[in-house]
Every structure is written in structure tokens, then in C-alpha cells.
Design a protein around this ligand. Sequence first.
Ligand code: PXL
Length: 250
Amino acid sequence: MEKLCDRPYVLTIAGFDPTGGAGLVADCKTFEQLGVMGLSVCTAVTVQTEEQVFNVDWLSPQSIINQLNPLLSRYPVEYVKVGIIQNWEVLSEIVEVAKKIRPNLKFIVDPVLGPSMGTPFHNVVGLESSLMHLALLTPNVPEMQEMTVNENAIEAAVLWSAKCPVLLKGGHSSTTPGTDLLIVNGQITELNPLGPMGSPKHGTGCCLSAAITAQLANGQSLENACLEAKKYVYRLIHSNQTLLAYHANS
Ligand code: PXL
């Protein structure tokens, strides 16, 4: 008897946020709305509300790998989203282990930085060659600057795009809020906002990268997956007036 479902299986490797606004819970809400079967592996247990992070307990690489092994062995996963992870070395180790089980895996990495998370991806220049096969990197402007120690985020993203596609998120930009740049091999495509900004939400970056992952698994091109993911986040930021969104696919 067939025990696997008809939906594409996708995996998020991310942190647990007890509010469900960010991290693996938000990713799985997004996966469910977008018609894919979501699996999750936990990298860290955070203590937080939607307003404040109190603590981050990182799981060991071995504990992450222990969770990963049975899932990848059993389910035909093709696309994996990676959220908070302790540092670039742990990311490389996990990608390597995962690819031994499923060589065709494609990774969408959201390089979450910020004081609350311990800025795990600070200055990764020189380390990045181990991760050249990523399907997409989704930094915002400060994250791109910090990863590459380059004040000019667009220049840094164009350089990086020789290694893997970059979606440089402009959500917080004061000049062009909501305009993201999809950069593939140096070619820049502007993805414009769909309408007014809406009310700020906790975890929109997580949901954007999860939605891209789901839409790639659904067979969309990279550009369409990013556009559809922007629509998904647009609905989140217009769903209510609090920092925690309601998820809906229409
Ligand atoms: O939005 C970044 C993020 C990612 N992952 C987890 C988080 C947060 C922000 O709070 O808690 C688990």
C-alpha cells in the first residue's frame, strides 16, 4: 500500500518560536496553506514573545542530524528551507550530510541575523564555497552587508550571485520599502511591492522563504516562486493589526 501522499514533501530546518509567528511553526503553517507536505527539523529552542527574545538554546549539530536522517531517508524531499542555524560551519555540515542521503536536494537559506539571534553569519567570505549549490539565499540589506563585510549590499549580492541566486529583501528600506531584488548570475530583476505596506509582523522573513520553498516544490520558476511568496506575505501583513499574522492562501 502506498504510504506517501501526492503533495510534494518539503523540509524546514529552523528554530522553534513558541509564538508560532516565526521559525518552524510559521514555516509549517505556510507549507500547509500552499499545498505542500511540511516536515521540520529543530535547530534551536527560543524563548520569546512576538516582541522580545529572551533566550536561544542551540541544538548540537548531531541532534540536528539525528532528526534529519529518518526524514530524508523516508520522504522524497527535494526542497529544504534553512532558517536560524548556529553558524556557517554547522550549515555546511548539515548540507553535506543531507546531500549524502538525497544528492538532488536544493536549499533555500534565510541567513537570519540580529542581536537577538547572536549574528551567526557574520563575515562568511571565504567560507561560502562549500555552499555554492544553494538554490537561493534570502538576506535583507543589513544581513547581506554583515555576511560579506560590504557596505554596498547590492554590489555584494551581485558578486554573491555568481555562486548562487540571491533575493535581496528591501522590506525595511527607507527609500524603496517592499521592493526586493532577485539577482541571478549578476542579472537583477526588481520585484515590486504589491500595494501598501500593511501592519508590521513578526516572522515575515521566515514565511517569505518558506513560501518560496513551497512554490518551488510546486513546480514554479524561481521568479514566479518569489512573486507568489510576496503575495503570501502581503496577505499576512494585511491579515490583522497585531504582530502575529493569520495565515490564509486567498
Ligand atoms: O524572524 C527570524 C527568526 C527566525 N527563526 C526563529 C525566530 C526568529 C525571530 O524571532 O525566533 C526561530
